[in-house]
Design a protein around this ligand. Structure first.
Ligand code: SAM
Length: 214
């Protein structure tokens, strides 16, 4: 299946101009790999695949506009699907370790194939439910998995490091919908950051990053 991507990877370079040649190559490769794999295993809505760079890659990188992950930190991506936001973030932060998990095995197959094809050494992908994890992470990232009231108990106290001397740890959740209501319902102390502050495309007008510090 031939897919013409619009916009192209250039939109990533516009907002992240300091990428190395290797990183640019990796972002470029996503534009062939995702349409190829998505035709076999649905990880991105089929009608959305031609907006891969804007709706999925750049959206995932909204987290990187908000926070700069320090080398050697450990990040967990819960419900990564085909690798969002984990894969774009792993390209951007090659010295940070990313564990990407999903409860559907065939989606994890796509993540592994894409990570291997672009030579990502800092990504581990596991077919496991979030509730079954028992390691500790500096940050948990996630996009569009479920309501915060359901999501938060899977991850909060159990999976996040609590080191008072370290940089603040927490959850970084890319989410649409009525966030005020969701945050109230989950009884969370959360900050909501509009992604339109970082990106000028109309797509981001309704997109937010929820930061829940621990
Ligand atoms: C709407 S998709 C979003 C996928 C990806 N984060 C993205 O933005 O493209 C939600 C994903 O969460 C996964 N998921 C749902 N509940 C989960 C759980 N308890 N543990 C791990 N993954 C889960 C689903 O299998 C699905 O792939």
């Amino acid at each position: 299946m031939e897919v013409t991507l619009n916009p192209t990877a250039d939109i990533i370079y516009r907002y992240f101009p300091k990428l190395s040649d290797a990183q640019r190559r990796q972002f470029q490769q996503l534009g062939e790999l995702y349409p190829f794999w998505n035709a076999q295993i649905n990880v991105v809505s089929r009608k959305d695949i031609d907006s891969l760079y804007l709706h999925h890659v750049l959206h995932s990188l909204g987290i990187a506009k908000f926070i700069n992950f320090v080398p050697h930190t450990r990040i967990l991506d819960v419900g990564t699907g085909g690798g969002f936001p984990g894969i774009p973030l792993a390209i951007l932060f090659p010295e940070v370790h990313f564990q990407l998990v999903d409860s559907i095995g065939k989606k994890i197959k796509v993540v592994r194939e894409v990570a291997a094809a672009i030579g990502l050494k800092n990504v581990e992908a596991d077919h496991i439910r979030a509730e079954q994890l028992d390691e500790k992470y500096d940050f948990i990232v996630s996009r569009a998995v479920t309501r915060l009231v359901d999501f938060y108990p899977w991850v909060s106290n159990k999976l996040l490091k609590k080191d008072k001397n370290a940089i603040p740890n927490g959850i970084l959740y890319l989410k649409g919908g009525n966030l005020t209501e969701e945050i109230r319902e989950a009884r969370l102390k959360a900050e909501v950051h509009p992604l339109s502050a970082y990106f000028e495309e109309a797509f981001f007008e309704t997109k937010h990053l929820v930061y829940i510090p621990v």
